[in-house]
Design a protein around this ligand. Structure first.
Ligand SMILES: Cc1cc2nc3c(=O)[nH]c(=O)nc-3n(C[C@H](O)[C@H](O)[C@H](O)COP(=O)(O)OP(=O)(O)OC[C@H]3O[C@@H](n4cnc5c(N)ncnc54)[C@H](O)[C@@H]3O)c2cc1C
Length: 418
């Protein structure tokens, strides 16, 4: 049996759209419009860029081929962490301790700024500060995890060491060891994206839905962005989506597309023994993870696969959902687990686990905002502020480290291709 796969970035039954009682809508672009910045893509990355530019008084137009927050953002499980898929200690081995610590530090600062933004927009974004329990999946991972704890601690990140029973949370799960990071957060990604876009529109940004960018062409010192029924003339373009016709993307700055699975349990299924303020993930790759919701659901995910397209067979999705439920059962054996929603979604990765942010010398004026990896939202915040700082001529702290033109690091194992 085939399942609904029309959007191509996710399939199955999504949870977040059910949390919106009213979905704001925006017109399609018809005719010409001139602006300073054209943002292509209305997911969380485009939404953060639009809001940050609008707050700085920089004129912008955002175009989305479908509806706002209907792409990978709708499949996002909404965990925001300063720790990344690549542990700090492993990133340090790859790119050097100084750069790795700076990157982790910027992710932590980006989390604080996400909190500020979510707090300031007049919209319930589901943003809640949380701690993360990072578990050793097996006993053999314990030394690696302890090394991570030591390095995080050495550089002043808020972390505690302990097996789950002595972290102070009295957690019921059985894992050989764990560390706890503080100052992470959870969010409702669709509500957040809609809140940001509404804020940007309120401050003067022009938002267009159902508007497909068909080409980007340089004309003198401007860009002409051709859409299905209109045209944008802009001084700068933001690429907030993997592929845009007319934007050159060498294989090195193409995200490696993968797919991942997630499920949501019914309301009030969270065991009383699990603290509401704690998210969980682990050292295995791909990792299993979960977070909670205010109505005491569990959102669990994992089982990443090296496939770009979301799964199209219902039986396959069902099988993956069962495996995620088994993971939950392994942690909380006393409960009968079931999934009310289950989906598969596409996300991008890079070979060195860093996002591609900034311009290239080949196409100056085109800002790549490619937030790779499971921590994409935090990277999107960094992207939006780098973009604003670039336009205002302010400092961009991680320009070289995150540049789309950075040389492949000698310790990187793969080249980015799809
Ligand atoms: C199952 C799953 C769980 C995840 N969990 C997390 C998590 O917990 N935390 C986290 O930070 N990240 C998570 N991610 C990653 C996350 O999805 C991304 O970081 C982020 O939501 C991607 O947002 P985006 O705006 O970059 O892309 P998208 O949301 O895909 O937005 C791009 C938009 O561009 C539009 N578009 C495409 N082509 C055109 C065109 N030609 N013209 C105009 N518009 C166009 C698309 O319709 C789309 O809406 C997860 C991903 C998956 C799949």
């Amino acid at each position: 049996m085939q399942i609904n796969n029309s959007h191509k970035l996710h399939s199955g039954s999504l949870y977040w759209p059910t949390t919106l009682s009213h979905v704001p809508s925006y017109p399609a672009l018809q005719g010409h419009i001139t602006t300073e910045v054209a943002i292509i893509g209305g997911g969380i990355t485009g939404a953060l860029c639009a809001a940050v530019l609008a707050r700085a008084g920089i004129p912008a137009v955002l175009v989305e081929s479908q509806r706002v927050a209907s792409g990978s953002t709708a499949a996002n499980t909404g965990l925001l962490q300063f720790s990344n898929d690549k542990m700090l200690s492993e990133l340090a081995d790859k790119i050097g301790e100084t750069d790795a610590v700076q990157f982790y530090g910027e992710c932590r600062k980006a989390l604080t700024r996400l909190y500020k933004l979510a707090d300031e927009i007049p919209y319930d974004t589901g943003f809640h500060v949380r701690s993360s329990l990072y578990c050793a999946s097996t006993s053999s991972d314990v030394p690696r995890l302890f090394k991570e704890y030591s390095m995080l601690r050495k550089h002043g990140f808020p972390v505690e060491w302990g097996s789950p029973h002595n972290t102070g949370h009295h957690l019921p799960i059985r894992k050989p060891a764990a560390l706890v990071t503080h100052g992470d957060a959870e969010i409702n990604p669709i509500r957040f994206a809609h809140g940001l876009i509404a804020e940007a529109a309120h401050k003067g940004a022009h938002i267009y839905e159902n508007t497909v960018v068909e080409g980007v062409q340089r004309m003198g010192d401007k860009f002409v962005i051709t859409t299905d029924f209109g045209e944008i003339i802009a001084s700068r373009v933001v690429r907030a989506v993997s592929d845009v016709p007319g934007i050159e993307s060498s294989s090195r700055i193409k995200p490696i597309l993968k797919r991942s699975y997630a499920l949501v349990t019914p309301a009030n299924s969270l065991p009383a023994s699990w603290p509401y303020d704690c998210m969980m993930w682990e050292t295995a790759r791909p990792y299993f993870y979960f977070r909670t919701t205010p109505d005491r659901r569990i959102i669990a995910g994992g089982m990443d696969e090296d496939q770009a397209d979301p799964v199209s067979e219902a039986n396959y999705l069902l099988n993956r959902t069962r495996l995620l439920l088994e993971e939950l059962r392994g942690l909380f054996p006393d409960k009968q687990w079931e999934a009310e929603y289950a989906w598969c979604g596409t996300f991008g990765e890079s070979s060195d686990d860093l996002p591609f942010l900034g311009e290239t010398s080949e196409q100056p004026g085109i800002f790549h905002a490619l937030s790779c990896g499971g921590n994409g939202t935090v990277y999107s915040m960094i992207a939006a502020e780098m973009l604003r700082n670039r336009i205002l001529g302010l400092e961009q702290p991680m320009l070289a480290l995150l540049s789309p033109e950075r040389p492949p690091h000698p310790n990187s194992s793969a080249v980015n291709t799809i």
